[in-house]
Design a protein around this ligand. Structure first.
Ligand code: BEZ
Length: 252
C-alpha cells in the first residue's frame, strides 16, 4: 500500500474484513508459479498472509508495504519484511520475480512503481500481479461520491485508488521495459465475510476523513442505504463488485 495514500490501516480490521484478499489470490499465484530457491519480492505484502503462503514454495520471499501497522503484523508471522513506499523501491537486480496482489491500486504513481520493479529484477525477471482494474468497486465509488456530493465535496479528489484499463497498464509496462505476456480484466464479484460497513471502514476511510465525527456515521448509513439494493442479497449478505486486472510481464 502506498505511503502517499490518506488511507489509515488497521491490522485488526484487515484481519476481520479482508482475509479473502489472500484466499482469492490463487490465479495470480498460479501465474507467478513460484519455484524453490527463487528470490521473490512481494510488493504490498499487507499483513503477510500471502507472503507466508508464497514462502511455502521454497522461494525466498521478501515483503514490502507502506503501512506500518500491516508490516508489524507481517513481522509477527516471522517474515522478512520492510516498511517501504512502493513508488520508491530501493532494490537493484535482487529478485527473480516481483509479485503483487491487491496492492497496486493503492499506488497512484504507477510509472514510478514499474521503474522500481524493473530496477529490482534480474534481467528477464518476471513481474506478476493482480489488482483493481477499470470498473473496480464502481457501485461503491458512485455511492460514496453521491453521499459526498450532497455535502458539496468532490469524491473523485479524495479517491486513494488507481484502477487502470488493461490497455493503459500494458502501455506503462512496455514503457518501463517489460514484455507483457498476458494482461486482462476479470469481473470477480466477491462475497464479504463481514459486511459493507466493515469493508468501508477497512478500505475507504479517506472518503470520510473530511467529515466531522457526527456526520461520519450519517454518511456511512447513507452510503449503505444506496448500496443495499445493489450489493446486498435478501439475506443481508454483501458482495463487493470487484474487477481484477491480472498480468504477467518479463523484463526485456
Ligand atoms: C481491491 O482489492 O480491489 C480493493 C480493495 C480495497 C479498496 C479498493 C479496492
Amino acid at each position: 500500500m502506498d505511503a502517499v495514500s490518506t488511507q489509515i490501516w488497521s491490522a485488526h480490521d484487515y484481519a476481520a474484513n479482508a482475509r479473502f484478499v489472500a484466499d482469492l489470490a490463487g490465479e495470480a499465484v498460479a501465474l507467478l508459479a513460484p519455484r524453490a530457491g527463487e528470490r521473490i519480492l512481494d510488493l504490498g505484502c499487507g499483513d503477510g498472509a500471502l507472503t507466508s503462503e508464497l514462502s511455502r514454495s521454497g522461494a525466498f520471499v521478501v515483503g514490502v508495504d507502506a503501512a506500518p501497522e500491516l508490516i508489524a503484523a507481517a513481522r509477527e508471522r516471522g517474515l522478512e519484511v520492510r516498511l517501504q513506499d512502493g513508488a520508491a523501491l530501493p532494490f537493484e537486480r535482487e529478485f527473480d520475480a516481483v509479485f503483487s496482489n491487491a496492492a497496486l491500486h493503492w499506488m497512484k504513481d504507477p510509472a514510478a512503481v514499474i521503474a522500481g520493479v524493473a530496477r529490482a529484477l534480474v534481467p528477464r525477471g518476471r513481474f506478476v500481479g493482480e489488482f483493481g482494474g477499470h470498473g473496480n468497486v464502481a457501485a461503491i465509488v458512485v455511492a460514496l461520491s453521491a453521499v459526498l456530493a450532497r455535502r458539496g465535496i468532490d469524491g473523485a479528489a479524495l479517491t486513494p485508488w488507481y484502477f487502470p484499463t488493461a490497455a493503459e497498464y500494458r502501455r506503462l509496462l512496455e514503457a518501463g521495459g517489460f514484455a507483457v505476456e498476458s494482461i486482462g480484466l476479470h469481473a470477480r464479484p466477491t462475497h464479504l465475510p463481514t459486511d459493507m460497513a466493515g469493508w468501508l471502514r477497512t478500505f475507504a476511510n479517506p472518503f470520510f476523513a473530511p467529515l466531522d465525527a457526527n456526520d461520519r456515521a450519517a454518511a456511512l448509513e447513507e452510503t449503505l442505504a444506496l448500496l443495499r439494493g445493489v450489493l446486498s442479497d435478501d439475506g443481508g449478505r454483501w458482495t463487493a463488485d470487484y474487477v481484477r486486472l491480472r498480468f504477467a510481464a518479463r523484463l526485456i
